[in-house]
Design a protein around this ligand. Structure first.
Ligand code: LR7
Ligand code: MN
Length: 583
């Protein structure tokens, strides 16, 4: 029957090869059938009987009949070459609605070709590297999504297929995490047929959350390398080769492309060829972007070489598939969103691998200000980032987990499920301590309660009312004024401060600097990077004297939400008498 079917779809002269292919396929099917049980447990076994796309032969490879666009031809149209799509005045309403519903301008995305051109943002040296496609490992690209808007999702797929060498792309796996929209069901199946078997859809019939979704996608992958992407990305030319080359050279490297910026409102693509940002973390267990350290700068011998990073952002990463699972995949008990990126970062470093950015690989990501899907986890959990992070702190951070609880005292006794499996994994892999990670992978990281005179909440108490130093949730990346607020009895990240042994009044990265007012005897405080000459503060009794001005920190006449001030010192004024939670 299959011969009959093939007669209609392939030219006669290829029949011979096809016949052989069919026999192989049948044998392969038989093999799979016989191994059905064990297949579930061991993805490695699947790999043994499958072939690298380059060994299958160009004509018979999945995707052979998909015709890639010719990007050397000039293209015009909205958004081509990564240009912005600027909404007309009459479209403002629709755009605003999209920004509310989707946290991105789907309206603009819909106007842009699904396989638009984007600039080659690699640095010159990267473009010159020749890769031997005959020896590189192949990759499965797993794209997870839950009710993603149509065009960003499909554009992700096209960008991956169009800009990956066919010889290296084993398959694209679309992992649908229980989407409800109709178009993502039947219509999607129809749509991917054009990719001729290269793009597979796996659907979950329960909402997994992105962490379990990645695990399931990874289990279905058969390539030697597994790549994970968010469902609103665009891969650029040459993105895959340096990734698989690095993983071939170092199978225990978990690598990330440089993440370029796709604007959520205009879809403008912008990438920095010279980007050298790396990942860090805050003690509240959020991912942060940092500059490359001096040590890493001097370790590297070329601009195209991998950049070691203490952590990764989470969405765009690749690993040797076997290594990924051997080193623990992800914590399957983490729900919906958050925490898994720091967990895999700490774990990989502590258990002998490395996290790296690959400067020659660029992939764009649409940065959205919110999540266009339900964030509630199992049992109505509204704080999935918090509870996921507690699991990672309890397993990987040893005694340093105290710093997480300093930010989240409310979670100290919270039940977040059994962690014995993860602890057993750490034991089995003989992973190093968190202190080792701090000392070796992120040296210089400020530890809130080490080498300090005092830390925790800092407050004055006047007529029984406590007033705490507070960031007022202002963006700490920008230099912002320091404020005061009612002390939060349950604890609050925004109220954690340290007075260091160097007598800096500080947060994790920022130090308090007096900004002089027009009158010299008063001023407000700006939180600025501690890397730039921080001012010092002296404890005089309970007063905090700013050495640069001789003025004292005070809450005089301040309401919650006001900026804190310095004024002339007066030790009889209770507004100037500060208590630290941990003196
Ligand atoms: O329940 C869910 N199921 C899913 O399949 C929730 C989400 N998802 C999908 C979703 O459709 C999307 O494709 O998971 C993907 C990531 O969700 P986003 O895009 O809402 O997340 P994000 O970009 O805000 O979040 C970043 O941090 C997350 C922490 O859990 C994940 O690690 C994301 O992959 C990660 N994305 C990036 O790192 C992209 C680069 C941004 C930076 C910095
Ligand atoms: Mn994302």
């Amino acid at each position: 029957m299959s011969r009959l079917f093939l007669r209609y779809v392939v030219p006669r002269r290829k029949e011979g090869i096809i016949n052989i292919a069919i026999v192989c396929l049948l044998l392969f099917g038989l093999y799979l059938y016989a191994n059905k049980k064990s297949r579930h447990d061991s993805a490695v076994q699947v790999q043994q009987v499958q072939h690298h796309p380059r060994d299958i032969g160009e004509q018979n490879r999945p995707g052979a009949r998909y015709i890639r666009p010719d990007y050397s031809k000039s293209r015009t149209g909205p958004g081509e070459n990564g240009h912005a799509v600027v909404p007309g005045a009459d479209e403002n309403e629709a755009v605003e609605k999209d920004m509310k519903d989707w946290f991105m301008n789907v309206h603009a995305s819909d106007k842009i070709s699904l396989d638009r051109s984007i600039p080659d943002v690699r640095r010159e040296e990267c473009r010159k590297i020749q890769y031997d496609l005959k020896t590189l490992p192949d990759a499965s690209v797993v794209i997870i999504f839950t009710d993603e808007a149509w065009t960003p999702l499909i554009r992700t797929v096209h960008s991956v297929v169009n800009r990956s060498p066919p010889e290296l792309l084993r398959e694209v796996i679309l992992l649908d995490d229980f989407s409800q929209r109709e178009e993502l069901k039947g219509h999607l199946d129809e749509y991917v047929k054009q990719f001729d078997g290269l793009v597979k859809i796996i659907r979950s019939d329960v909402r997994l959350g992105l962490i379990r979704a990645k695990l399931l996608g990874g289990k279905h992958a058969t390539g030697e390398v597994v790549v994970f992407l968010d469902s609103h990305c665009e891969a650029t030319i040459g993105w895959l080769e340096p990734i698989v080359a690095r993983i071939q050279a170092k199978p225990s490297a978990v690598v990330c492309p440089i993440i370029d910026h796709i604007d959520a409102k205009t879809l403008a693509y912008s990438g920095d060829p010279y980007a050298t940002s790396i990942g860090g973390f805050s003690w509240a267990l959020h991912f942060t972007w940092e500059g490359m350290s001096e040590a890493e700068r001097s370790r590297r011998t070329s601009d195209t070489q991998e950049i070691r990073s203490p952590t990764m952002a989470g969405g765009l990463l690749a690993a040797n598939r076997k290594y990924f699972f051997d080193v623990g995949g992800y914590d399957a008990e983490m729900d919906i969103w958050g925490g898994e990126n720091l967990e895999i970062s700490f774990r990989v470093w502590m258990c002998g691998g490395s996290i790296e950015f690959i400067p020659c690989s660029h992939v764009g990501h649409i940065f959205r200000a919110g999540h266009p899907y339900n964030m509630t986890g199992r049992g109505g959990n509204k704080d999935v980032h918090g509870t996921n992070s507690k699991r990672l702190a309890d397993v990987w951070m040893d005694d340093y987990k105290r710093l997480y609880y300093l930010h989240r005292p409310d979670l100290r006794t919270k039940d977040v499920g059994d962690i014995s499996d993860r602890k057993a994994l750490r034991e089995k892999l003989q992973c190093k301590s968190f202190k080792w990670y701090l000392d070796n992978i992120i040296p210089g990281k400020f530890v809130l309660d080490e080498d300090v005179l005092a830390y925790g909440m800092a407050f004055t108490k006047v007529s029984g009312v406590k007033m705490c130093l507070d960031t007022l949730q202002r963006d700490e990346k920008l230099s912002q004024m320091l404020g005061v607020y009612h002390c939060q009895s349950g604890g609050s990240s925004a109220q954690v401060f340290s007075l260091s042994n160097q007598r800096h009044l500080r947060r994790e990265d920022n130090c308090a600097q007096v900004e002089k007012g027009t009158r010299e005897e008063t001023g407000r405080i700006r939180m600025q990077s501690c890397a730039i000459n921080p001012q010092t503060w002296t404890q005089k009794g309970s007063q905090l004297v700013n050495d640069a001005t001789g003025l004292c920190l005070s809450t005089k006449d301040l309401k919650p939400g006001d900026d804190v001030i310095v004024v002339s010192c007066d030790s009889s004024d209770a507004h100037q008498l500060w208590t630290f939670q941990k003196p």
